[in-house]
Design a protein around this ligand. Sequence first.
Ligand SMILES: [Cu+2]
Length: 257
Amino acid sequence: MTPQRYQFTFSLIVLMLLLVSCNDEKVEPITPLFVFKTNVDGAQLQKGTMKYTNKAGNIYQVDELQYFISEVQLITSDGQVFTIESDSAIHYVDIDIPATLEWTPTDLLPVTSYSSISFVFGINEAKNKIGLFVNPPERDMFWPDMMGGGYHYMKMNGKWKATGDTIKPFNLHLGIGMNDEGTVFYQNYFKVTLPLNIQTNPTRNEFTITMNIEKWFETPNLWDWNETGGQIMQNQDAMLKACKNGANAFEVSFSGK
Ligand SMILES: [Cu+2]
């Protein structure tokens, strides 16, 4: 190849690359789809069957699971933050209501590369006030006013085989905590950040957020119902322990085209 021809070929390649990247920038932003899944020990939750054993050795089952996630943010590889604002930035998940297992907010996300996703588990103190929801099922998540008010972050209801092989109910309910005197309140909602290494696409972008139930009982606090008892709504120490574990209970996967 002569130097001139080499230079011409090189310029052509540069031109084509420019065209391709310009085209990329013209792709219209699109709405994301969020899908919510619930696993135990790596497989989909089978509710109502006493088939699980947590790390502390409690045999247990889960019958109901309802929770809020809010303030979902997608962070691009160059550090831009896009917050999902639709539906007051709050989404309710109930494993018994299939429509809640998918969320299609109307927010537009640019088609680009993303390095992480974050969300709040529960609802922050600015929004977590009674009256936020007027209709069921969200309304039925209310948290008693005298205990701090607002809404449960989560209701996980089930049973465990207690000492002596008696089956006892548990209500792993999380929300605003308080001290014994009822004079100090604690915001227990927490932020979850999960790494992503993805490029979004022009037609479909599906983020699957999976809750791994067993993780609520593992790290950093080994969870033993025989110690905590089944009811923890008025036990701030237990709720805080659960929240620390819950921060490790989620994973995200992505698919798109
Ligand atoms: Cu409750």
